[in-house]
Design a protein around this ligand. Structure first.
Ligand code: RIB
Length: 298
């Protein structure tokens, strides 16, 4: 692959409505928060911005509503030089939002209301087939309908593209698609659900995913680090110790950076090390796209 890898992200775009608070309220309780911010987010858009900031050429397929959030989110992607020709504005349905609470221990809780993201259908893929032809790598998540994700994986594979799949938020998958995925990037919860096991041993969990048909499994385990398979077995890389203030988009930072390094010709091990460094920076800053680092920082 070349110096500036061409990456297509097919996924979600959300406005994150972020409340910063000492602690998350209990059910029925009202508390006074510390701060509120509106920050561009959405797993797909975050991964696209992460890749663009690492130097990839990025195009996006998705949907936003015909509202002010849609305007602002498109502007944010345009500012990153992301090709937004594949983003459709839909009427009578709002742009996706995420209600995010971040507490003083850097924990977050998120409710996503998909809105326009639920309108990303096979027609959006068919209408943008030239972007699938154009790219080297396709990145997908699960904040748009699963059928669309499956269609895109199939079309991408037919054209020999590298498929990176981050199945978040996780749902039951048709195992038919496992063989089409080049790199599966999961956290521990996603790994357990996809492999349908309660396995607590991280190494065995990665093995289970390999046994059910994934070729390359990368499992992030938060502040503990990352596990992935190599020819010699399963390797573990510890996370970098930092003072985390908000973990939102750490996984997205990891995915976008990994894809770009891989597209630049780095091997899996080096690409994962780059991604670990990017994710470590991301958790030291507030917000999703506001926290994603640039290439010169990692
Ligand atoms: O991964 C973080 C993202 O999840 C947030 O930006 C939010 O929009 C949700 O999609």
């Amino acid at each position: 692959m070349n110096e500036n890898p061409k990456i297509l992200v097919v996924g979600s775009i959300n406005m994150d409505l972020v409340t910063i608070t000492k602690r998350t309220p209990a059910i029925g309780e009202t508390i006074i928060g510390k701060d509120f911010k509106m920050i561009p987010g959405g797993k797909g858009a975050n991964q696209a911005v992460a890749a663009a900031r690492m130097g990839a050429e990025v195009a996006f397929i998705g949907c936003v509503g015909d509202d002010i959030y849609g305007d602002k989110l498109l502007e944010a992607l345009r500012d990153e030089s992301i090709n937004i020709n594949g983003i459709t504005r839909v009427n009578n349905i709002p742009t996706g939002i995420a209600n995010i609470i971040v507490d003083e221990k850097a924990n977050n809780s998120i409710i996503v209301v998909p809105g326009a993201n639920s309108k990303v259908h096979a027609e959006n893929i068919n209408a943008n087939m030239e972007l699938i032809d154009w790219c080297d790598i396709i990145i997908l998540q699960l904040e748009i309908p699963l059928e669309t994700v499956m269609k895109c994986i199939e079309e991408g594979k037919k054209r020999g593209k590298t498929i990176i799949f981050n199945p978040a938020p996780v749902q039951k998958l048709n195992e038919e698609i496992f063989k089409y995925i080049d790199y599966l990037i999961v956290n521990e919860i996603e790994a357990k659900q996809i492999s349908e096991t309660d396995e607590e041993d991280h190494f065995k969990l990665v093995e289970k995913l390999l046994n059910i048909g994934f070729r390359n499994v990368i499992m992030t385990v938060g502040e503990k680090g990352v596990l992935f398979n190599e020819n010699s077995g399963i390797k573990y890389i510890p996370a970098i110790k930092v003072n985390a203030i908000d973990t939102t988009a750490a996984g997205d930072s990891f995915v976008g950076t990994f894809a770009t390094s891989l597209g630049n010709g780095a091997d899996k091990d080096i690409s994962i090390h780059d991604a670990v460094r990017a994710a470590a920076i991301t958790v030291t800053r507030i917000g999703a796209q506001s926290s994603l680092p640039y290439k010169n920082e990692i």
